[in-house]
Design a protein around this ligand. Structure first.
Ligand SMILES: [Zn+2]
Ligand SMILES: [Zn+2]
Ligand SMILES: [Zn+2]
Length: 160
């Protein structure tokens, strides 16, 4: 990199320049231009920007890995619970419509202990997918059970 000509801050300011150059490295060892406004080293500024970029790249990779892991985990849980709505008379098997239901309620307490979403899925996997306390329900059936204590499907089919 060609070295810029040495110019003091005062001289640079007098010439209306935004940068000056003393030839003296900053405390981080950059021999770079400095800003007239606050004497800030442009080498440091570039370094900060590089670091920020690296960090955000790292974070987005981490996020991707995380999402992949969650998708996989959710897939495992759903397939271990039969992959379809447990309600008689309902055959919703679309994963996006399905969720884990706490049989006999108790959901709130349990959720408090282990959290909902990914926390619950991790818990289920670690506990070998207990079928006595949990089942897979589509959101419709889940809602119906939650609000009325029975599913509209069961009623219309004469089964509960
Ligand atoms: Zn610097
Ligand atoms: Zn259903
Ligand atoms: Zn149902």
């Amino acid at each position: 990199m060609p070295m810029p000509p040495i110019i003091s801050k005062k001289a640079a300011r007098a010439q209306g320049l935004k940068r000056y150059y003393t030839g003296v490295p900053c405390k981080h060892g950059h021999t770079a231009d400095r800003r007239v406004s606050d004497s800030g080293c442009l080498g440091c500024k570039n370094q900060r920007e590089r670091d920020r970029r690296k960090k955000s790249e790292h974070q987005s990779k981490e996020l991707q890995r995380n999402q992949l892991y969650r998708t996989q985990l959710r897939h495992d849980v759903l397939s271990n619970y039969g992959g379809k709505c447990a309600c008689p008379g309902c055959d919703i098997a679309e994963p996006r419509f399905l969720g884990i239901d706490h049989i006999e309620g108790g959901g709130r307490k349990h959720r408090k202990e282990i959290g909902s979403g990914p926390g619950l899925y991790v818990w289920l996997r670690n506990n070998d997918y207990p079928k006595d306390k949990f089942r897979l329900l589509c959101h419709n059936c889940n809602h119906s059970y939650g609000h009325y204590g029975f599913c509209a499907h069961g009623v219309s089919n004469g089964k509960v």
